[in-house]
Design a protein around this ligand. Structure first.
Ligand code: DQA
Length: 145
């Protein structure tokens, strides 16, 4: 199985940005636990981060025909981007939405997620462990096909 883990704007700054909200684990820590967990489970993984909406759309399109599952934390684009939703629908690859923070307990503008209805599952408020839960979910899904 091959998966892609896609992160949107400012996720590369975790550990530095608002640690009371996003925690103290760094982006390097995130990459490390993802790579270790995927190696453990024999899953191929590409990890990608961009601060640009179009670059994320390009990367989702690149996944077409290559990956069996997408884990995506679009950062603030969660709440604004129809383009990212359309890209996910276009490639039609099972996806999991992950947020480090518990967005449901935050500002009203964070309650909107354009991608949520497309995604098979949403994981929030678990910090970087949420990505591991997402990997396991996609792995189980793939094994049950
Ligand atoms: C986030 C939540 C978003 O509202 C915010 O814009 C982010 C990070 C999270 O992981 O909790 O950048 O996606």
């Amino acid at each position: 199985m091959n998966i892609a883990v896609l992160n949107g704007p400012n996720i590369n700054f975790i550990g530095i940005r608002e640690p009371h909200i996003y925690g103290t684990d760094t982006y390097k820590d995130l990459e490390k636990i993802i790579r270790e967990h995927c190696a453990d489970k024999d899953i191929g993984v590409e990890i990608y981060q961009s601060n640009h909406e179009g670059a994320l759309v390009d990367k989702i399109q690149e996944c077409y025909g290559k990956v069996d599952g997408i884990i995506i934390n679009p950062g603030a684009y969660t709440h604004t981007s129809i383009a990212i939703l359309d890209a996910l629908k276009a490639v039609n690859i099972p996806a999991v939405e992950v947020h480090l923070s518990n967005v449901s307990k935050r500002e009203p503008f964070r309650q909107i997620s354009y991608i949520r209805n497309y995604c098979k599952k949403t994981i929030t408020g678990k910090g970087i462990r949420g990505y591991i839960e997402a990997i396991d979910f996609l792995n189980n899904l793939n094994n049950n096909i």
